[in-house]
Every structure is written in structure tokens, then in C-alpha cells.
Design a protein around this ligand. Structure first.
Ligand code: A3P
Length: 286
């Protein structure tokens, strides 16, 4: 909370800023790698990318969880432009400087709630945030349904960015993890166009879209030494490899029983209502 308040008070957005927003466990690490590679492709060739030596969370730091941690005020003006920064804060909590800054762009990545829930439980267990092994899914599932989850209710988080993307599509791009998995090449181009770094015909012909997609792929990142070893200290300590578990769509079927899934699906339909936002829970099960 202290970090969030400091971030809200002291951060000054500039037009070239790129803000990556997600609910935890929605594919933040992937989005960071993609945005970093797209924007910096003229500074580093793909085979010399800093992603080969650094976990993506160092290259694109979190605002409230990392830079403004403990109320610290970082010298953010010293960062090279464009600054690519990440946040898990709901849209309603972003400082007005980001919302008012005419050219600064926001990309939101959303993921189906059952995979978010499943990924979160594994992440907590892998990093031993829980004091003892999980005896039953009942309590965490009930809490998730009630909106008791880091960064607030899943529904409000998605809808905040969804509505902002409808109102101002030049400023907020709303993406779904499942669509990235389905067609990463189109997603790379979409992100590049939105950020104002479109790939030229020559770059496309040279296969740069595919190269970026492969560099940032789950299989590639997971197997790099920089992601296999070590840990990162933000507001908590997490093993680098805990950000790369399975990277699949529909892995929830291995954890969540159908009765819970049906309940969550109904709840989602109710919460999203007439907003036009839909997330596919059943369609892509592994
Ligand atoms: P799983 O636990 O389902 O495997 P975040 O980055 O927001 O913490 O989300 C982590 C989730 O994204 C994990 O999901 C992780 O495996 C997956 N992930 C990480 N890197 C990925 C990549 N390059 N491609 C696809 N999924 C990725």
C-alpha cells in the first residue's frame, strides 16, 4: 500500500512511456519479454538480446512492487526512453499522470480466471509463501470468487481495463493470453503497431516477427540459465523458474473440479454482464 501511494504521488508519466498491466499470473513475464524485444529490436539483434541473460522482470520492472517498494522514490528520469514499466494495479488506481499523458500507452493482458487461479496456487506453493501445503481448494476458491485476491477482484480488474480500451483504443490495448497462444505472430505485429513500432515489410520478410516470437516463447525462456536459476526480490522473493511453470491454456482441468469451474463460469458471465468481454474457460482445455 505504501509503495502504491508513493507511486501514485511521485510518478510522472511522459509521452513515450509504455505501461504493461496485468492481474498476477496472467502472462506478465511473457508480455514483458515481447514488449521489450519489439521496442528494442534496433538496439540489440535477437541473438544478442538482454533477454538471453536477464529474467524479464529486471528488464521491465514493476512500478509499485519493485521501483517504489517500501516508499522508495526511484530516479526514474534516468531510465532510457522509451521506459517500459509494469504494474498489477487496477486501472482505477493508476496515477492520473498516466491517464492524462496523451501518448503514453497501456497494454493489458488478461487470462481466463481458472488458469489464473491455478497458476497462482502453484506459484504460492513453489515459492513457499503458504505456511503449509494446501489441504483443500475450498478456501482459496471461495476467496477468489469473492474477490479476495492480490490486487482485488479479478472481474473488476479486467473490466477496468476493458472499458478503458473501448473508450480509448489508441491508449489502451486489451489482449488475451489465449489469443497470444493461438497466434503469436499476429500478436507480435499487433503489439508493435499499437506501440508505434510497426515492423517494416523488410523486417517481416526477414522473419523478424517469428524470431521475436521464438525468443519470447515459453520453451526458450524457460530453458535459459538466467531463468532456471536465481530469484528476484520485489515485495516478496520469488524463484526465477517459478515464472515459467507450464505455459498452457486450460491446465486448470488438472486442479479444479468441474463443479467449481461451472460456478466460476456463471459468476464470470454475471460479472461481465453486457460489457462485451468474454473469456473462454472450456474451449481450449488441454
Ligand atoms: P502457468 O502457471 O499456467 O504455467 P505471470 O508472468 O503473470 O506471473 O504469469 C505466469 C504464467 O505465465 C505461468 O503460467 C507461466 O508458465 C506463464 N508464462 C510465462 N512465460 C510464458 C511464455 N513465454 N509463454 C507462455 N506462457 C508463459
Amino acid at each position: 500500500l505504501r509503495a502504491t501511494l508513493t507511486f501514485q504521488k511521485h510518478f510522472k508519466a511522459i509521452d513515450s512511456d509504455i505501461i504493461l498491466a496485468t492481474m498476477p499470473k496472467s502472462g506478465t513475464t511473457w508480455l514483458k519479454a515481447l514488449a521489450f524485444s519489439i521496442v528494442n529490436r534496433n538496439n540489440h539483434s535477437v541473438d544478442e538480446s538482454p533477454l538471453l541473460f536477464s529474467n524479464p522482470h529486471y528488464l521491465v520492472p514493476f512500478l509499485e512492487m519493485h521501483l517504489y517498494k517500501d516508499g522508495n522514490i526511484p530516479d526514474i528520469d534516468a531510465m532510457p526512453c522509451p521506459r517500459i514499466l509494469a504494474t498489477h494495479l487496477p486501472y482505477q488506481f493508476l496515477p492520473s499522470t498516466i491517464l492524462d499523458c496523451s501518448n503514453c500507452r497501456i497494454i493489458y493482458l488478461c487470462r481466463n480466471p481458472l488458469d489464473v487461479f491455478t497458476s497462482t496456487l502453484h506459484f504460492v506453493l513453489q515459492n513457499r509463501f503458504a505456511s503449509r501445503p494446501l489441504a483443500s481448494l475450498d478456501v482459496p476458491f471461495e476467496e477468489f470468487c469473492q474477490g479476495i485476491y492480490p490486487y482485488g477482484p479479478f472481474w473488476d480488474h479486467c473490466l477496468g481495463y476493458w472499458n478503458a480500451s473501448l473508450k480509448n483504443p489508441q491508449k489502451v490495448l486489451f489482449l488475451k493470453y489465449e489469443d497470444l497462444k493461438k497466434d503469436i505472430n499476429s500478436s507480435v505485429k499487433k503489439i508493435a503497431d499499437f506501440l508505434g513500432y510497426p515492423l517494416s515489410a523488410e523486417e517481416e520478410e526477414a522473419g523478424l516477427v517469428e524470431e521475436i516470437a521464438t525468443l519470447c516463447s515459453f520453451e526458450n525462456l524457460k530453458n535459459l540459465n538466467c531463468n532456471k536459476e536465481g530469484e528476484i526480490q520485489t515485495v516478496f522473493r520469488a524463484k526465477h523458474n517459478s515464472f515459467f511453470r507450464k505455459g498452457e491454456v486450460g491446465d486448470w482441468v488438472n486442479l479444479v473440479p468441474p463443479s467449481m469451474a461451472n460456478r466460476l463460469e456463471k459468476l464470470m458471465q454475471e460479472k461481465f454482464g453486457e460489457s462485451g468481454l468474454t473469456l473462454d474457460i472450456h474451449g481450449n482445455s488441454v
